[in-house]
Ligand binder design. Structure first.
Ligand code: 4NP
Length: 151
């Protein structure tokens, strides 16, 4: 799960996705910038997750690396600008094919395929992002589970 700062959207996406896949599936998140490296998620993201019974408070922000594109099977991006930056790290077509917008992977075809950035908003925006992520990860997790009998 990849966003810009890895303190708002992708930590939530990681925390929610972990509840929808078997424990042995490695779900992680990262940002395209290193500005918040080492920091815990934004306190509003922690609070929204907690309200829904998910603890993301121990996550730490880290920047995405080229190794992530080798090691992970799927890379889900929160918005187009993030996706462009992640694509620029891809070393070959196999890696390029791993990269998708989360909402597109979930089959959202409307005008909004970005998970909007709640950073400059308030708790209402974080709550809205939580619901967008909850819906998208439900679909994506189902697709992964039905496409991978080994999961
Ligand atoms: P995120 O939100 O990409 O969902 O973690 C943001 C976090 C930090 C900044 C922007 C967005 N920032 O400009 O520092």
């Amino acid at each position: 799960m990849v966003c810009l700062g890895n303190i708002c959207r992708s930590p939530l996406a990681e925390g929610i996705m972990k509840t929808k896949l078997p424990e042995h599936c490695l779900v992680d998140s990262a940002g395209t910038i290193s500005m918040h490296e080492g920091q815990h998620p934004d306190k509003r993201a922690i609070a929204v997750a907690k309200n829904h019974g998910i603890d993301i408070s121990q996550q730490r922000s880290r920047p995405i690396t080229p190794a992530d594109l080798r090691n992970f099977d799927k890379i889900y991006c929160m918005d187009l600008s993030v996706m462009e930056d992640v694509i620029s790290l891809a070393e070959n077509e196999t890696q390029r094919e791993k990269i998708q917008l989360l909402r597109e992977a979930a089959g959202d075809t409307g005008q909004r395929t970005d998970v909007f950035d709640p950073y400059y908003g308030g708790m209402d925006e974080f709550e809205e992002v939580y619901h967008i992520l909850d819906k998208a990860t439900t679909v994506v997790a189902q697709k992964l589970l039905s496409a991978n009998a080994s999961l």
